[in-house]
Design a binder for this molecule. Sequence first.
Ligand code: FPP
Length: 245
Amino acid sequence: MSLESKVRGRYIPKHIAIILDGNGRWAKKRNMPRNLGHKRGTLNLKNITIACNVLGIKALSVYAFSTENWKRPKEEVDYLMELPKQFTEDYKGQFKENDIRVMFSGRRDRMSKVNYDLMLEIEEKTKDREGLILNVCFDYGSHFEITEAVKQIAKDVKDNNVDISDINEDMIASNLYTKELPPLDLMIRTSGEQRISNFLLWQLAYSELYFTKKFWPEFSKKELLKALDNFQNRDRKFGGLKEKK
Ligand code: FPP
């Protein structure tokens, strides 16, 4: 039986997240400029998004630009800021064919007007699609996301819309960018680093973690199937005991 049929016959995670890492090292290994690594990474993001949709995954969150990535050289930041436009222009046809919805999570207050308008436009144009939701985390950081949720709830208390005794985990979750997405089942990081780097810290409470040495541009559909196969062989207990078979 092929790996794909094996994976398809078992529980398919509803929501997976990927820390897209290793574009720079992928390019360096080939004596190419780092930006070419990001270009290849963008193409790969399109391929993996479609592969996830075909497998029946409902949501894919990707870490495309962190709140800390502004510290990179200006030339690289400028290039990364072009990617939302390039990505959506190059692949909008294929996303439409696959009924893929696109949303963006992250700070909007530091975006250029072009990116700000583009994000709103894409979210509006794709909002009724019923295939996979691609959640592009751009100028995203978990600490910022949670801080904003705390501020919003504090404001709701101050305005007498919420009583302190009613604050619970669901209320916090409903103030995060991911409020409409299913619980996170699996987080993948490419390129051999084994850390979370401020990505979806609240959401990953019970998700499985998978680390691979492959650089993001070489994380193919076969690598995705390997990660899913590995996930399907884990015992998820959510703090309880393993279910008797
Ligand atoms: C990490 O590699 C990658 C990034 C910081 C950018 C990732 C972005 C994409 C793949 C495309 C984004 C697409 C959209 C739609 C915005 P790195 O530069 O940290 O690699 P290194 O660790 O090898 O230097």
